[in-house]
Design a protein around this ligand. Structure first.
Ligand code: GLN
Ligand code: ZN
Length: 763
C-alpha cells in the first residue's frame, strides 16, 4: 500500500531570491516585463519538477505569486478598488499598483493596506470591500498555472484561498454591512474558477480555510455550510479542505459537514488535534496529516511523526491518510544545501535542520515508511534521522546547565521593580531634570550609504575592527552633536552599528546561529533571514555598553540605552522546538536583564527595551491568548526589573491597536511607552485614555514612513489632541518609530519642528 503525499505550497522567491531581484529590476525599469515573466516561469517549473522528482502526489500550483496570494485572488475575482480604474489596461501594472501604489504619468494612487498573515511574519494585502461590492472572474490565474504545469507533464493541485477566509481577511471600506454578507455575490465568480479548472482536467483543488481554526460566529459557520454546499453542487473536483496554524477543536464537525474529499490538519501546531477530527470525519473523506512543520527549520523527528501517523492509521486505515507539510512551505527557507558557512552555522547544527527542499523529501520518506514497505532510501533516511535527532537532544551545543539553573532559580521577584511607578517616577524626575513634554527619538538615526558600506567592508574584512569602530564612533559623535543642536532632551546613540535589531543581539548571544540564504518572504519582494535559536541562550559579554557609554560621555544630556526585548527576539527568529517557547523567552529575558544592569552600572539612566512584535505573536484562539500575553509580559518584566527606581525604563511598539491588550501593556509597567499614533490622528490613544493608563506615554507625532516633513502646527495640533485625553504630565514627544530608513535632511527638519512643537506646548 502506498500512502499519498501532499505539499501545501512551495517558496516562490527562488533559491537565490531570483524573483526578488527580477521584480526590483523591473520596478526600477532595468529589465523588461518579459524578463520578469520568464524568471517567474522558471521558478515555477523548478519547484514543480523538484516535487515531482521527490515523488510527491499532490503538487501545488497557483502557490506562486508576484506579491501575495490574497491580492492574486482579489485581482482574479475583480475586487479592484475604484481608485485603480485608470490602470486597468495592463494587468501586471494594475497588480503592482494595488500592492504598492502608483505615481507616474499624472496618476497618483495609494497602495492597498497590508497586514500580517495570522501569527506569521508574512504580510498579505487586505481586500477592500464596499457595500455594493461586485465580483466577476476577470482572470483565472489558477487555471493559467495549472495549464502551464500540465504542459510540462505535471498534473498539479491548484491552491486557492477559500471564499470564507478570503472575505474574513478583508475589510469593509464603508459602514452599513458586514463583509461576510458578500458571499452570495462572491460565490459565482469563485465557482467559475473551479469550473474552468475542472474543464482543464484538474482532479484535486486545495481550498485554504485557516479561519476554521479560529473562534467563529454562528453566522460564519452558516456561511461555511452554504459556500461548500454550493461548491460541491457545482463541481466534481476533489476538494482538499485545508486548515493550519492551530487545531479545528470545536469546529471539527463543521469541517466534516463541509464534505471535503480530503481534510488537511496541522499536526505540527496541534499534534493532538487529529483526535477531534477522526471522530467526525465522514467515511468518504481522507485525512491529510500535516506532520512536517512548514513554519520552522528543524528536521522532522521521524519516530515521533510515525507514532502519530500509526495512531491515526489504527483508527481510519491507511487508505484514507496522506502525509503532508503542516502548512505552505512559503514560511520556510529554500534549500539547506545552499548553506556553506560553518562559522555562522556550525556543521553539527546544520545536521538538525531541514529547509523546504529537505521537507519535501521528509514527506516522501515518511509516507514510504508509514506505508509498511519502505524503500531502501526511506530506511536509510530513518536511520540517519534517528541519529541526528538523538545528537541534537544530547548535544553540548544545545544544553547549557548554567543557563538551565538560572532559569530554574527565577523567582517572582525577578519580574518586579523595587517600588511602584508612582514612587519610581519621583526618583526619575529628580535624576533626569526633564521639562514638561520631554522630547526624544525611538533609537535609530539614518543609516546612510556610508554607514552601510563600512559594515559591509568590515564583514568582508576589507577594514579592521579598529577602523570600523573609529568610523562608527565618528558617526555616533555627529549624531549626538546633531541632537544637541536640535535641542532634544533625551538623546540616543543612533544604532549605526546595527544591521537589524534582532540580528545584532543574536550575533552576540550564545545559542544562536545564522544562515547565509535562509530567506523567507515577508512582503512583496522583501525577505527576512531570521536567526536560528538552537541552544540555551546566554550573554557571554556586554553587547551595547561600549557604544552607549561612548555616546553618554560626549554629552551632559541623558543618552538612552537601546535594546531589543525578549518577545521580539523570539518572535523574529526560528525558535528551537525541543522546549517550550516560553522557556527560551525566559532565557533571552535573563540575558537582556544582564545587559540592562550593566548599562545601569555604566551610568546610563534611561534604557529602552523595544517590543514591536508582542502583538503579532497572539495565538489564533482567544482562549490561548491570555497565557501567551502573561508569559510575554513576564519576560519583558524580567528583563526590565533588575534596576534602581531612578533608572527609567522605556519600551516601544510600532502599532497602535491596543484595545484588546491594553491591560497587558499596562502590566509591562514600563516607565515610558512610545507608540505609533500620527497616522491615526491620535484617535488610537483612546485605549490608553479609557484604561486610565498610569505611566508615561509618547504617542508618535509624526509618521517616519515617508520623507514628508510635518509642520510645527500639525504636530502641535496632534499634541493638543493627545493632551485632551492624557494628562500633559504623562506625555512625551517623539516620532512614530526609528529613523533608520530616512535621510538626514528631512530628519533634521522634522525633528526641529517637533522640538519647536514641544516648546509651544510647554508655554
Ligand atoms: N529602536 C529601533 C529603531 O529605532 C526600533 C525599531 C522598531 O520598532 N521596529 O530603529
Ligand atoms: Zn517602531
Amino acid at each position: 500500500m502506498s500512502i499519498k503525499t501532499n505539499i501545501l505550497g512551495y517558496p516562490r522567491v527562488g533559491a537565490n531570491r531570483e524573483l526578488k531581484k527580477a521584480e526590483e529590476a523591473y520596478w526600477a525599469g532595468k529589465n523588461s516585463k518579459q524578463e520578469l515573466l520568464d524568471t517567474a516561469a522558471l521558478i515555477r517549473k523548478g519547484n514543480w519538477q523538484l516535487q515531482k522528482e521527490s515523488g510527491i502526489d499532490l503538487i501545488p500550483s497557483n502557490d506562486f505569486s508576484f506579491y501575495d496570494q490574497t491580492l492574486d485572488l482579489s485581482l482574479c475575482v475583480g475586487a479592484i478598488p475604484e481608485r485603480y480604474n485608470n490602470l486597468k489596461n495592463d494587468r501586471l501594472e494594475l497588480y503592482f499598483a494595488m500592492a504598492h501604489g502608483y505615481q507616474k504619468d499624472g496618476i497618483d494612487v495609494t497602495a492597498m493596506e497590508m497586514t500580517k498573515w495570522f501569527d506569521t511574519n508574512y504580510h498579505y494585502i487586505v481586500p477592500e470591500f464596499t457595500r455594493d461590492q461586485q465580483f466577476e472572474l476577470t482572470y483565472n490565474k489558477a487555471a493559467a498555472e495549472f495549464s502551464e504545469a500540465l504542459a510540462l507533464g505535471i498534473k498539479t493541485k491548484p491552491v486557492l484561498i477559500g471564499p470564507i477566509t478570503y472575505l474574513l481577511l478583508g475589510k469593509e471600506k464603508e459602514t452599513g454591512f458586514n463583509r461576510i454578507e458578500l458571499l452570495d455575490r462572491l460565490l459565482p465568480a469563485y465557482i467559475d474558477i473551479l469550473k474552468q479548472l475542472e474543464q482543464l482536467g484538474a482532479e484535486y483543488v486545495q481550498i485554504d480555510e485557516p479561519f476554521l481554526n479560529t473562534d467563529i460566529t454562528e453566522q460564519i459557520k452558516d456561511a461555511y455550510r452554504k459556500a461548500f454546499a454550493r461548491i460541491n453542487e457545482s463541481v466534481k473536483l476533489k476538494i482538499v479542505l485545508t486548515t493550519y496554524f492551530d487545531g479545528l477543536a470545536d469546529n471539527a464537525s463543521l469541517a466534516a459537514e463541509l464534505n471535503p474529499a480530503i481534510l488537511h490538519i496541522d499536526l505540527a501546531r496541534a499534534p493532538q488535534s487529529w483526535k477531534d477530527v477522526v471522530r467526525v470525519l465522514p467515511k468518504t473523506a481522507s485525512l491529510s496529516l500535516g506532520v512536517v512543520d512548514g513554519r520552522n527549520i528543524w528536521k522532522n523527528d521521524f519516530r515521533q511523526s510515525l507514532d502519530i501517523i500509526n495512531k491515526v492509521k489504527d483508527v481510519i486505515g491507511d487508505e484514507r491518510i496522506l502525509i503532508a507539510t503542516s502548512c505552505s512551505l512559503l514560511h520556510s527557507p529554500f534549500d539547506l544545501d545552499n548553506e556553506k558557512n560553518e562559522k555562522t552555522l556550525p556543521a553539527e547544527v546544520k545536521r538538525w535542520l531541514a529547509f523546504a527542499r529537505q521537507k519535501v523529501t521528509e514527506v516522501a520518506n515518511l509516507a514510504s515508511l508509514a506505508g509498511g514497505k519502505p524503500d531502501y532510501f526511506a530506511k536509510a533516511a530513518l536511520q540517519s534521522n534517528v541519529s541526528d535527532i538523538e545528537d541534537r537532544r544530547t548535544s553540548k551545543l544545545t544544553n547549557n546547565d548554567e543557563v538551565k539553573r538560572r532559569v530554574a532559580e527565577v523567582t517572582p521577584d525577578f519580574a518586579k521593580r523595587k517600588s511602584s511607578f508612582r514612587e519610581r517616577i519621583v526618583e526619575q524626575h529628580r535624576e533626569l531634570y526633564l521639562p514638561l513634554y520631554p522630547t526624544t527619538t525611538i533609537g535609530s538615526f539614518p543609516q546612510t550609504t556610508d554607514v552601510r558600506s563600512w559594515r559591509s567592508k568590515f564583514k568582508k574584512e576589507e577594514i579592521t575592527k579598529e577602523q570600523y569602530t573609529e568610523l562608527l564612533k565618528g558617526e555616533i559623535e555627529r549624531t549626538i552633536r546633531k541632537q544637541e543642536e536640535i535641542g532634544l532632551d533625551v538623546l540616543v546613540h543612533g544604532e549605526s552599528e546595527r544591521n537589524d535589531m534582532v540580528e545584532y543581539f543574536g550575533e552576540q548571544l550564545s545559542g544562536f546561529a545564522f544562515t547565509q540564504n535562509g530567506w523567507v518572504q515577508s512582503y512583496g519582494s522583501r525577505c527576512v533571514k531570521p536567526p536560528v535559536i538552537y541552544g540555551d541562550v546566554s550573554r557571554p559579554n556586554p553587547m551595547t555598553v561600549d557604544w552607549i557609554t561612548y555616546a553618554q560621555n560626549l554629552t551632559d544630556k541623558p543618552v538612552k540605552g537601546m535594546l531589543t526585548g525578549p518577545v521580539t527576539i523570539l518572535q523574529w527568529s526560528f525558535v528551537r522546538n525541543d522546549q517550550p517557547r516560553a522557556v527560551t523567552m525566559k532565557q533571552i529575558a535573563l540575558a537582556i536583564r544582564d545587559e540592562v544592569q550593566d548599562l545601569e552600572k555604566a551610568g546610563i539612566k534611561v534604557i529602552q527595551i523595544d517590543e514591536p512584535a508582542i502583538r503579532e505573536g497572539l495565538p489564533l484562539r482567544k482562549a490561548d491568548r491570555e497565557e501567551y500575553l502573561e508569559k510575554a509580559v513576564e519576560a519583558f518584566r524580567i528583563s526590565a526589573s533588575g534596576v534602581k527606581d531612578s533608572t527609567q525604563i522605556h519600551t516601544h511598539m510600532c502599532y497602535s491597536q491596543f484595545n484588546d491588550i491594553i491591560k497587558h501593556i499596562a502590566a509591562m509597567d514600563a516607565d515610558v511607552i512610545t507608540i505609533e499614533c500620527a497616522r491615526s490622528q491620535m484617535n488610537l490613544l483612546g485605549a490608553f485614555a479609557d484604561f486610565k493608563y498610569p505611566n508615561e506615554i509618547g504617542p508618535g507625532v509624526y509618521d517616519i514612513h515617508s520623507p514628508r516633513v510635518p509642520s510645527v502646527d500639525e504636530m502641535v495640533n496632534l499634541l493638543r489632541k493627545a493632551a485632551q485625553v492624557i494628562s500633559p504630565a504623562q506625555l512625551w514627544v517623539n516620532p512614530d518609530c526609528g529613523l533608520k530608513t530616512r535621510g538626514w535632511a528631512e530628519t533634521e527638519a522634522a525633528l526641529r519642528n517637533m522640538v519647536e512643537a514641544a516648546r509651544i506646548m510647554r508655554n
